[in-house]
Ligand binder design. Structure first.
Ligand SMILES: Nc1nc2c(c(=O)[nH]1)N[C@H]1C(S)=C(S)[C@@H](COP(=O)(O)O)O[C@H]1N2
Ligand SMILES: [Mo]
Length: 209
């Protein structure tokens, strides 16, 4: 208890705790519906929509992509924050550099498509930032099934990078199966259920009432 309160106080003093949030030392699990099973031979990652070419990667191909590690504070709209979480995975920038994700000029949104129909939207500009990653690993280990194994989007905040767009964690789709480039915005599962369309943590863009 004291450990948590001390850490929370430090986080606030460092300017890393957005308004209305409190620190947790645990890693809560939040999603709608069951945890889907990973079946490697049926799994593919699809890059589609307003792209110059559509791409499909199987799990082995996805695992052979160059990886990036990032350490972020993550913020859930239900008011918990967790600091210094370490993720490894593939960035949107990497997919662009490899010519695997080539959005057409007028595509300015990216939709994450997950198992069981879950979707969530982000401006492409936000998703290209260093604080968004398609993660396969958390703290050096493959993701736990309930946190999105084998692949999930993660959006968080990198301390001292205030120029980045820090977004609540619901815009990181677990059990991710594809990304779609769009010229028109397409609110996803929680966005249609009353969550804010943008979800910036510093502006407290939580719910639309
Ligand atoms: N596929 C899928 N991804 C999802 C969700 C979901 O319901 N389905 N919920 C989101 C919400 S609301 C949150 S807060 C985070 C929680 O991630 P965690 O369970 O790893 O903490 O996942 C997000 N990603
Ligand atoms: Mo959430």
């Amino acid at each position: 208890m004291k450990e948590r309160l001390d850490a929370e106080k430090r986080m606030r003093e460092e300017g890393r705790l957005p308004p209305g949030q409190s620190l947790t030392l645990r890693f809560p699990i939040l999603h709608y519906g069951p945890v889907p099973e990973f079946v490697e031979k049926e799994w593919e990652f699809k890059i589609f929509g307003e792209v110059k070419k559509e791409v499909k990667l199987n799990w082995k191909e996805f695992c052979s992509l160059p990886t990036t590690e990032v350490e972020m504070d993550i913020h859930c709209v239900t008011a918990w924050s967790k600091k210094n979480t370490k993720w490894k995975g593939v960035t949107i920038k990497t997919l662009i550099d490899l010519g695997l994700f080539l959005p057409k000029n007028d595509a300015s949104f990216i939709i994450q498509h997950c198992e069981l129909g879950y979707t969530t939207n982000l401006p492409l500009k936000t998703a290209i930032g260093d604080n968004f990653i398609l993660a396969t690993h958390y703290e050096g280990k493959p993701l736990a099934p309930e946190h999105g194994y084998p692949l999930r989007g993660v959006c968080g905040a990198i301390p001292n990078r205030k120029e980045l767009d820090d977004i609540y964690l619901w815009k990181g789709g677990k059990w991710l199966r594809g990304i779609e480039a769009c010229s028109e915005d397409k609110p996803g599962f929680w966005e249609k259920a009353g969550y804010h369309n943008r979800g910036n943590v510093w502006k407290e863009e939580r719910f639309v009432t």
